[in-house]
Design a binder for this molecule. Structure first.
Ligand code: FMN
Length: 370
């Protein structure tokens, strides 16, 4: 069963963000959202093939994050065939191929958004991943796909730890996340080529590779992509600049997308997705007003920030605690009523610093209220 087809529409999912939507961030978002679907940070297929520990870490997840999709990138079709087996063995619900990353270390090597320039190769990659997903579902052993023995062992151990070893094999839906074009909007040709491979989903960020993150997401172009996809077996998710539930309602009412992905709008804001049911109600009935952003009291905000920091600390392995600072800054964003707290949080060196800062802030707030 393709899980994407079981999700309520419009689907409102968490967009993958490298260095941001790690296991701790996703677990917190699942607890206080949850989004309808989540993806891992993008993960290099070669790094997975070689079982590089820092790369495999990207594929750690918890059952509470389901449905959870592994997002991978690379440029060799063969590697995607192998990696579909790994992703299946680790118990993911889907496999997403990154064809949107504009970073020069990625795109200049023909991966990520670089694939928009080579649609034949992009198609070969999707088809190889789909063939790998089919072979996995048909019972092909992990040891039979050309992976090094150490990788088979590492993945088997990891699957046991994740509780995935005994899951029945299923056909993994293969999806693609991409942009509007390479150096110009080329929705008609590019989305047309992707559709020929019949992916389960195409998620499209409304900017070109050349734009990186500049300018505004072009929702008219996303709408044209959605028009091309309608009536095929593929779902289309629009993405870009959706900062509030009302933004989602406005776009979904206007453009025929099956759903959206929220990236920066969910930073320090796992509560965004609490509005999903109200978003769907407002999309189904144009007389229903769009929902307000979920209200979050300061104490709840700080409690979740601290819970996130503690979870990050527990799961971080060799990654320094300071990587958590940006999340703390996002939790504090917009709290002008708490002068100085943001500047201090983004200098936290360890979990104890966060505990002290937030406890002090709450004590001041309580004193001010009383
Ligand atoms: C810090 C950062 C990291 C990102 N990493 C990824 C990634 O690993 N995979 C991916 O498909 N997109 C990645 N993106 C793109 C986002 O998923 C999303 O497409 C983009 O931010 C536009 O959506 P937004 O306006 O809602 O943020 C990243 C974006 C940011 C800001």
């Amino acid at each position: 069963m393709n899980f994407w087809r079981t999700l309520p529409q419009p689907i409102v999912g968490l967009s993958p963000m490298d260095g941001v939507t790690d296991a701790a961030c996703r677990r917190i978002t699942a607890r206080y959202g949850p989004p309808d679907v989540m993806m891992t940070e993008f993960t290099h297929v070669e790094g997975i093939s070689r079982a590089i520990p820092s790369v495999l870490r990207h594929l750690e997840y918890d059952a509470g994050e389901r449905p959870i999709v592994a997002q991978v990138f690379g440029s060799e079709p063969e590697a995607f065939h192998r990696i579909a087996h790994v992703v299946g063995a680790l118990g993911f619900d889907g496999l997403d191929i990154n064809m949107g990353c504009p970073d020069k270390n990625v795109a200049a090597h023909g991966c990520g958004a670089g694939l928009i320039k080579t649609p034949d190769l992009a198609q070969a990659i999707v088809r190889a991943a789909q063939a790998g997903a089919r072979d996995w579902a048909d019972g092909r052993p992990l040891s039979d796909v050309g992976l090094p023995e150490e990788t088979v062992e590492a993945v088997t151990r990891m699957a046991r730890r994740l509780g995935a070893a005994d899951r029945p094999r299923r056909l993994l839906p293969v999806s693609v996340k991409t942009r509007l074009g390479y150096d110009r909007v080329a929705v008609e040709s590019w989305i047309g080529r992707l559709l020929e491979t019949e992916p389960a989903v195409i998620s499209i960020h409304g900017r070109t590779h050349a734009q990186r993150y500049q300018g505004e997401a072009d929702w008219d172009a996303i709408g044209r992509a959605a028009g091309i996809v309608r009536g095929t077996g593929t779902l289309l998710l629009g993405n870009g600049d959706l900062g509030s539930p009302a933004d989602v309602v406005r776009r979904v009412r206007r453009y025929p997308v099956h759903g959206v992905l929220i990236g920066r709008g969910a930073l320090g804001n796992p509560w965004f997705f609490r509005a999903n049911a109200a978003i769907r109600a407002a999309c189904a009935d144009p007389t229903t007003p769009p929902p307000d952003p979920p209200r979050v009291e300061l104490a709840e905000r700080w409690r979740v920030a601290l819970e996130h920091a503690a979870l990050f600390d527990r799961l971080r392995g060799p990654i320094p605690f300071t990587v958590m600072r940006k999340h703390l800054g996002w939790y504090a964003k917009g709290r002008e009523d708490q002068p100085g707290i943001r500047a201090r949080l983004v200098q936290a060196r360890e979990l104890a610093d966060v505990e002290h800062l937030l406890a002090d802030s709450l004590a001041i707030e309580t004193a001010a209220c009383g």
